[in-house]
Design a binder for this molecule. Structure first.
Ligand code: HEC
Ligand code: HEC
Length: 292
C-alpha cells in the first residue's frame, strides 16, 4: 500500500514538474513575441487641423470604441485586472503627466493605430489595430487630428502584466488579439477607401474595419472570441438577419434590441459604440450586408 502511494506521489511530482516546465517555456515564448521589434516606417498620412476634421475625428473615436478603452478624456484606464488574464491598461493619449502625446510624432500615431506597433518598435498589447488598420488615410488623419487637440490630463497608468491564462490561450492560438501586430500584413498595399455614401462599397469598407474582426472574414460568425463570451452571430443571409429590413438593423445597432426581442450585451457586441455611427454609415453597412 505504502509503495503504491509512493508511486502515485512520484507521479504527481513528475506531473507538476512537467507543467512547470511547459508553462515556463510558454512564458518565455510569449515574452519573446511581445518583445519582438518591428521596423515599420509608415507611409505618411496628412493630418488636417480644421474644425470639421477634428469633429469627424471625435465621431470616429466615439463610434469605433477608442473612448471606451482609453476613457472619455483619452487619459487611459484599466481594462482588465485579474490574476488569470492579467493587468491590461490603455495608454494615456493626452499631453498630461503620464501621457504620451508630447513624445509622439505624426508617424508614431500612424504606426500605433494602423500597425499596432509602439514608438519603441514593440507590438502594442491588445490595442485592436487589426481593425483600425483598415481606416482610410482621410479617416485616420481626422482621428489623429482629434487626439492631438484633446486637453492634457494627468494620469500615470501602470505597466501591463500579462497573466498565465492569457499566455496559455495565446500559445494555443485562442487569443490572437493579444498581439494585433501579428495579425496585420504590414507591407501589403493599402486597402481601398471609397467615398462616403449609402453604397455597398462604403459599407464594405466599414464592415471590413469594424465587424469582420469579430464576425469573421466571411461574416458567418463562429465560436466565442474570449472564453465565457457568447458565440459570434452569423451576419450572412443564412443567419438571423435574413428576414430583417433596414430599420430593424438600425434599431438593433442603436438599442441592442433585435427584432426577435433579444437584448445584446454591449460587452460582447459593442452596439453602444457602433450604434453611434451616422445614419449614412449604418445604412451603408446594411446595404453591403444585404447585397452580399
Ligand atoms: C480594446 C481596447 C482598446 C481599444 C478599443 C482601443 N485601444 Fe488603443 N490601446 C489599448 C491598449 C491596451 C494600449 C496599450 C498597449 C500597450 O501598452 O502595449 C493602447 C495603445 C494605443 C496607442 C499607443 C500609444 C503609444 O504609446 O504611443 C494609441 C495611439 C492608441 N491606443 C490609439 C487608439 C485609437 C485611436 C483607438 C480607436 C480607433 C484605440 N486606441 C482603440 C487598448 C485599446
Ligand atoms: C467585439 C466583437 C464584435 C464586433 C466588433 C462586432 N460584433 Fe456584432 N456581435 C458580436 C457578438 C459576440 C454577437 C452575439 C451576441 C449575442 O449573441 O449576445 C454579435 C451580434 C450581432 C448582431 C445580432 C445578431 C442576432 O440577431 O443575434 C448584429 C446585427 C451584429 N452583431 C452586427 C454587427 C455589425 C454590423 C458590426 C460592425 C459594424 C458588428 N456586429 C461588430 C461581436 C461583435
Amino acid at each position: 500500500m505504502k509503495s503504491v502511494l509512493k508511486v502515485i506521489g512520484y507521479g504527481v511530482v513528475v506531473l507538476i514538474a512537467l507543467l512547470v516546465v511547459s508553462y515556463s517555456v510558454m512564458h518565455v515564448r510569449t515574452t519573446m513575441h511581445m518583445n519582438r521589434v518591428y521596423q515599420i516606417q509608415p507611409a505618411p498620412v496628412s493630418i488636417p487641423t480644421d474644425s470639421n476634421a477634428v469633429a469627424w475625428g471625435k465621431h470616429l473615436a466615439v463610434s469605433r470604441g477608442c473612448l471606451k478603452c482609453h476613457g472619455d478624456n483619452l487619459s487611459g484606464k484599466t481594462i482588465n485586472d485579474d490574476f488569470a488574464l492579467g493587468l491590461l491598461v490603455s495608454t494615456n493619449l493626452t499631453g498630461g503627466r503620464g501621457g504620451v502625446a508630447q513624445q509622439r510624432s505624426d508617424s508614431d500615431w500612424v504606426r500605433a493605430i494602423r500597425h499596432g506597433v509602439g514608438a519603441d518598435g514593440k507590438p502594442l498589447i491588445a490595442m485592436p489595430s487589426q481593425d483600425s488598420y483598415y481606416m482610410s488615410d482621410e479617416d485616420l488623419g481626422s482621428l489623429i487630428a482629434y487626439i492631438k487637440q484633446v486637453p492634457p490630463v494627468d494620469n500615470e497608468v501602470p505597466e501591463n502584466k500579462i497573466g498565465p491564462l492569457a499566455r496559455v490561450l495565446y500559445q494555443f492560438g485562442k487569443l490572437d488579439v493579444l498581439i494585433p501586430a501579428e495579425m496585420i500584413q504590414h507591407d501589403a498595399p493599402r486597402p481601398e477607401s471609397p467615398l462616403a455614401g449609402v453604397t455597398p462599397e462604403y459599407g464594405r469598407y466599414l464592415v471590413r474595419g469594424n465587424c469582420q474582426g469579430c464576425h469573421g472574414e466571411t461574416l458567418a460568425g463562429g465560436p466565442p472570441l474570449v472564453p465565457g463570451f457568447p458565440p459570434v452571430a452569423n451576419l450572412t443571409k443564412s443567419g438571423p438577419l435574413a428576414n430583417w429590413q433596414e430599420p430593424d438593423f438600425i434599431k438593433t445597432m442603436r438599442t441592442g434590441q433585435t427584432p426577435e426581442g433579444k437584448q445584446l450585451d454591449s460587452e460582447h457586441m459593442p452596439w453602444k459604440e457602433l450604434g453611434q455611427m451616422t445614419d449614412t454609415e449604418l445604412r451603408a453597412v446594411w446595404t453591403y450586408l444585404h447585397t452580399m
